[in-house]
Ligand binder design. Structure first.
Ligand code: KIV
Length: 277
């Protein structure tokens, strides 16, 4: 084997993640850029190019305005940064709900133009048939049940789900239908602990929780939330760093040094070569 071949790292794929059901917890985070993907790659099994990019990076009020072009651009960036982790790309609002055929065409475009291993869809009551159609035609699909951010305008806000028996049973049924349709994993967002545990026990695909207790097969957070870039985060976020304060402090130091003319100094300045005019 040449030294070049030894550098090749096998990227995790849908069957690797599916096989982790009930085993070692599956570690997932969101990523939207090449450098963040490169940094997180060695620590994560799966990087999600979430449509949360619309709110986190582009300042949109919700994910409804996210486009195919945004997902493809950020997907390409993440694929350049990640080597080992599986990369999954969210299908944006309006790109998969209309018909299974349109969903397949948009998913195929995302996969061809980014090289990512799978797409994710928010699996409301009508979506399992579409998941089945896509999986049968070679597209690995991850589902997403519970709090579905793309349904924010119908729901009237981002609210925890499954806290009464009716919604508990409905979300449990949606998770089961998503898995039966062929999803290799299912994100479970913003649900009561009992429901997360019931879904995890009931379905054969691994559950990836966000605001869904420790009772899931893996966990995911929005990276910018867990890095502490925002003043406000939902109850389920733990800040593992406090970058908002660090960035503000760095910005203040830079501004002070520019104003005092102590930046740039000699160390940051090019000088003519010795002997030149
Ligand atoms: O868009 C996103 O980041 C997501 C995660 C919150 C799971 O869907």
């Amino acid at each position: 084997m040449s030294s070049h071949r030894q550098d090749v790292v096998r990227r995790l794929a849908a069957p690797d993640i599916a096989a982790r059901k009930g085993g070692e917890p599956i570690v997932c985070l969101t990523a939207y850029t090449a450098p963040i993907a490169e940094i997180l790659d060695e620590h994560c099994d799966l990087l999600l190019v979430g449509d949360s990019v619309g709110m986190v990076v582009h300042g949109l009020p919700n994910t409804v305005g996210v486009t195919m072009e945004m997902m493809i651009l950020h997907g390409q960036a993440v694929m350049r940064g990640a080597r080992k982790a599986m990369v999954v790309i969210d299908m944006p609002f309006g790109s998969y709900e209309g018909s299974a055929e349109t969903a397949y065409e948009n998913a195929a475009r995302i996969m061809k133009e980014t090289g990512a291993q799978a797409v994710k869809v928010e699996s409301g009551p009508t979506v399992p048939d579409t998941i089945h159609y896509m999986v049968q035609r070679g597209i690995p699909v991850m589902g997403h049940v519970g709090l579905r951010p793309q349904a924010v305008l119908v729901d009237g806000g981002f609210k925890a789900k499954g806290r009464d028996i009716g919604s508990h049973n409905q979300i449990l049924a949606e998770a089961a239908a998503t898995t039966e349709a062929g999803a290799f994993a299912v994100v479970v967002e913003g649900v009561a602990e009992g429901l997360a545990r019931d879904i995890t026990a009931a379905i054969t695909a691994p559950t990836i929780g966000i605001g869904a207790s420790a009772g899931c097969d893996g966990q995911i957070l929005v990276t910018d939330d867990m890095l502490g870039l925002f003043d406000w985060t939902p109850k389920f976020v733990r800040r593992f760093a406090h970058l908002r304060g660090d960035i503000a402090e760095a910005g203040a130091k830079y501004a002070a040094e520019v104003r005092a003319r102590t930046f740039p100094g000699d160390a940051e300045t090019y000088f003519a070569k010795k002997g030149s005019s």
